[in-house]
Ligand binder design. Structure first.
Ligand SMILES: *Cc1c(COP(=O)(O)O)cnc(C)c1O
Length: 377
């Protein structure tokens, strides 16, 4: 039995498509394509869901990071700490601002930014900001990082592109801290649009006002009637995407709950395969959004053999992330630390965990991994 890595035909049910068409039809009747009713409504709903004061929709998750850096006045001549394990958009946002990324190493078991590595780096260079990533949906150690950063006036931007529903160590959702938190609504994320969209969450009225202007050509940044104080860019989210996000948000908690059930089932069954298989997110069973289900093999060779076996048996899997950031070509000369990220990237492989997976499919994945491991040895 084949098991796919994602399954959009199941996720976007006939009912959801019918509801979407109704809303689209209404938007076309009203000719309200940008900044419509659903933009405001979804911003309110998502802010509430993640316990933030403000939610500002933007065009995508990378823009959300870039605009956050811009709002905090991070740019040319500034250094920004980023973890070695993340999607490379985290680094792109820093480079696109003209700032210099500095690699912070990760926890060898989870791939999350390591506070110890950050402390070591700060003995050598000053960072204007850091971007911890809630990678795979696991909560980054925000309280520890804040302890290091706040006394030194280092800004924190949390990359929550994979963290819709993630619970931080203080028991509150990603987006509820005093840092800027960015989200992506790329279709594969836990909350995905029917195209591109992103958001920035903040508790700060001033930053929210600035971001609101930056995302829309600097509009409303100056005194009434006298034009903008500063120019921005176009990073608006269109009305169709906001409407879809409004429809899909209602299902997010139930879908995350299903992801958690699948994770619990995988953890229980795969634990028996230790030490062949390490389970990075084990301690985060009830706090991860389970955007992805990463497993750690002994080394790269074993990982590639298992991947090949799963591919042959049509079990969806993905190399997130195949290379640590320090091994990405545009970042080879990037300063910082990355030995543990390198090892983690060599060992990690992700299994399917979409919320529409059936119990039979979970068993099929586990059984194929067991067979694969016997075959490899
Ligand atoms: C998806 C993702 C992004 C980028 O989001 P886009 O909407 O594709 O621009 C950034 N960071 C992480 C960790 C992501 O997973």
């Amino acid at each position: 039995m084949a098991v796919s890595f994602y399954n959009f035909s199941r996720l976007n049910s006939p009912e959801l498509r019918r509801e979407a068409l109704e809303l689209f039809s209404k938007i076309m009747e009203d000719n309200a394509f940008i900044d419509g009713h659903f933009n405001r409504l979804f911003e309110e709903e998502f802010a509430k869901h993640q316990q933030a004061k403000h939610c500002l929709l933007v065009a995508n998750g990378t823009d959300a990071l870039e605009i956050s850096l811009e709002a905090l006045e991070v740019g040319v001549g500034d250094r920004v700490g980023i973890p070695g394990i993340t999607f490379h958009a985290t680094a792109e946002a820093v480079l696109n601002r003209g700032a210099e990324p500095v690699l912070i190493d990760v926890d060898p078991m989870t791939g999350l930014m390591s506070p110890d590595s950050l402390k070591r780096i700060l003995k050598q260079v000053y960072l204007k900001a850091i971007i911890p990533v809630h990678i795979y949906g696991m909560p980054a150690p925000i309280a520890e990082l804040e302890q290091i950063c706040l006394p030194r006036h280092i800004s924190i931007i949390e990359d929550g592109a994979q963290a819709h529903g993630t619970i931080l160590a203080d028991g509150r959702p990603a987006g509820s801290s005093n840092n800027l938190t960015t989200f992506s609504f790329y279709p594969t994320k836990n909350l995905g649009a029917f195209g591109d969209a992103g958001a920035i969450l903040t508790q700060d009225d001033e930053l929210a006002k600035k971001i609101n202007s930056l995302r829309n050509h600097g509009r409303n940044s100056g005194p009434n009637g006298q034009g903008p104080e500063f120019f921005g860019r176009n990073s608006r989210c269109d009305h169709f995407q906001a409407a879809i996000l409004h429809l899909k948000l209602r299902h997010l908690d139930a879908q995350n709950q299903r992801r958690r059930e699948i994770a619990a089932s995988y953890l229980q069954q795969l634990q028996k395969l230790f030490p062949e298989i390490g389970l990075p997110a084990q301690e985060f069973l009830s706090t991860s959004s389970w955007h992805l289900f990463p497993i750690l093999l002994r080394n790269k060779e074993q990982k590639m053999h298992l991947k090949e076996y799963l591919d042959q048996h049509k079990i969806g899997n993905a190399l997130f992330y195949e290379r640590s950031l320090g091994n990405e070509r545009p970042l080879v000369d990037c300063p910082g630390e990355g030995a543990k990220a390198l090892q983690f990237a060599d060992r990690v492989l992700c299994l399917p965990i979409h919320p529409t997976m059936t119990d039979e499919e979970i068993i099929e994945v586990v059984n194929t991994i067991k067979e694969g491991l016997c075959y490899i040895q």
